[in-house]
Ligand binder design. Structure first.
Ligand code: DOR
Length: 450
């Protein structure tokens, strides 16, 4: 592909501060020019009139189950779902089997992804109470994941002195799953038996989220450590995260925006997630926090389990739902309904996560950035259907929901990874490069462009 040039002509291009109809030239995997000459010679000319060109989505929270749980998903199937959904970069969580808690296991994941992943990739290292040396030695990865509160798998660091040490002695940015174990256990005991899925939000309640998030943010503030709160699920957590320190950021998932406790009757364990879904008032507060800039990132927590596993009676049913192939469409549909702008979506889903994790060349349409792009059609209406899902888990909690606004073409490193409903077999992503010196959400974005 060396020397290959693509000219995307007349598309409405989504920049951080505006949408403008213009021409974008891609060459050698990069964005060579915006406002390019309309008649520029190129190997391929894509007519974008009437369509919208956005930076590819950077989903910083996915579980692709590879290795160890590949009957649910694997890196190849997860990445195929990404390409179809407009996600050009994923950052994957360490709760695989074996868990990614050392450099050797991480290196295997990176090798596997280089072989099979259709989009770009990065892998977090998981914290345990005893792997401080690995956390300190790990390099060239986005960051450290701590489960402060257990979820799928057995990664948990709850002990205060272990947490203090991790925040004090490591340098990579940290993200955490924040649900307080003691609160969750006490709620579980108080509720007794029998339990039904509605109880999931009483066991993993707002207090559990609030207590753990406050504890983690306190650690980050005291230790001046870059920290990202994953899947904020309650209104209560917003003031805990908001403006706390320039190095503290927060994230919301589509299921915490669009599902609530009112959906258990209809969807049962399909909406069983950790953190649990909360109230409609929480949905509204989280949406407002995104609009206000108090929370910065939208990512999916794509957590596939098979349909059969999800059909088990609660509490034997696992927590998690797949989402990478629908997340951008869910947000585009909000735009079509007048709830947000396209630059806001590009910020929450591309630019902000790229900055949080110091991803070099990701998140924007600007010269020198990587040609990771998604072309969307805001007039296309489609109903989410279990049968059409590319995730190996083969279902969606949004089955039957009609959305307007869908990705129709995705470029990864300047090559077409998805087009005409087909994901390319040939295209492969590459490992993200992380510049943690210059990165950081509040750092000047130009600093990590190229
Ligand atoms: O519901 C969830 N499932 N939340 C998590 O944080 C983990 C995930 C999983 O891996 O299944």
């Amino acid at each position: 592909m060396a020397g290959h040039r693509t000219l995307i002509r007349d598309a409405n291009v989504v920049f951080p501060d505006r949408v403008a109809q213009t021409h974008v030239l891609l060459a050698d995997g990069k964005i060579l020019a915006v406002d390019a000459d309309r008649h520029q010679s190129a190997d391929e000319v894509v007519e974008g009139a009437g369509l919208y060109l956005m930076p590819g989505v950077v989903d910083d929270q996915v579980h692709f189950r590879d290795p160890g749980l590949t009957h649910k998903e694997d890196i190849e199937t997860g990445s195929i779902a990404c390409a179809a959904g407009g996600v050009t970069t994923f950052l994957e969580m360490p709760n695989t089997i074996p868990p990614a808690v050392d450099r050797a296991t991480l290196a295997q994941k990176y090798r596997r992804a280089a072989e099979v992943s259709r989009v770009n990739f990065g892998f977090y290292i998981g914290a345990t109470p005893t792997n401080l040396d690995e956390l300190k030695a790990a390099q060239d990865i986005p960051g450290i994941k701590i489960f402060i509160g257990s979820s799928t798998g057995n990664l948990l660091v709850d002990d205060q002195s272990a947490l203090e040490q991790i925040f004090a002695e490591t340098t990579l940015p940290i993200c955490a799953h924040c649900e307080d174990e003691a609160t969750v256990r006490a709620n579980r005991e108080r509720l007794g038996e029998p339990l039904r899925v509605h109880d999931h939000s009483r066991i993993r309640d707002a207090a559990a989220a609030r207590i753990a998030t406050a504890r983690a943010v306190d650690l980050a503030v005291r230790h001046l450590h870059r920290f990202h709160v994953l899947h904020v699920s309650t209104a209560d957590e917003i003031p805990i995260v908001r403006g706390k320190a320039p190095w503290v950021t927060g994230e919301v998932c589509p299921h915490h925006l669009f599902f609530s406790v009112e959906d258990y009757d209809r969807l049962g364990t399909l909406v069983q997630m950790n953190p649990s879904v909360k109230t409609p008032a929480d949905n509204a507060a989280l949406w407002q926090a995104l609009l206000d800039g108090d929370l910065q990132v939208i990512a999916t927590d794509h957590a596939p389990h098979t349909w059969e596993e999800k059909q088990r009676a609660y509490p034997d049913s696992p927590s998690g739902m797949p989402a990478v192939e629908n997340s951008l469409a869910l947000l585009l549909n909000q735009h079509v309904q007048g709830k947000c702008s396209l630059p806001q979506i590009a910020h929450w889903m591309s630019d902000a996560p790229a900055r949080v994790w110091g991803l070099v060349g990701k998140g924007r349409i600007a010269p020198g950035y990587d040609a990771d792009l998604v072309l969307v059609d805001l007039t296309l209406e489609r109903t989410i259907d279990h049968q059409r899902q590319r995730t190996k888990s083969g279902w969606s909690a949004w089955h039957g929901v009609q959305l307007r606004g869908w990705p129709i073409r995705t470029w990864v490193g300047g090559r077409t990874a998805f087009r005409d409903d087909e994901v390319s077999h040939e295209v492969r992503g590459t490992a993200v490069r992380c510049d943690h010196q210059r990165g950081g959400y509040w750092a000047t974005p130009d600093g990590i462009g190229t």
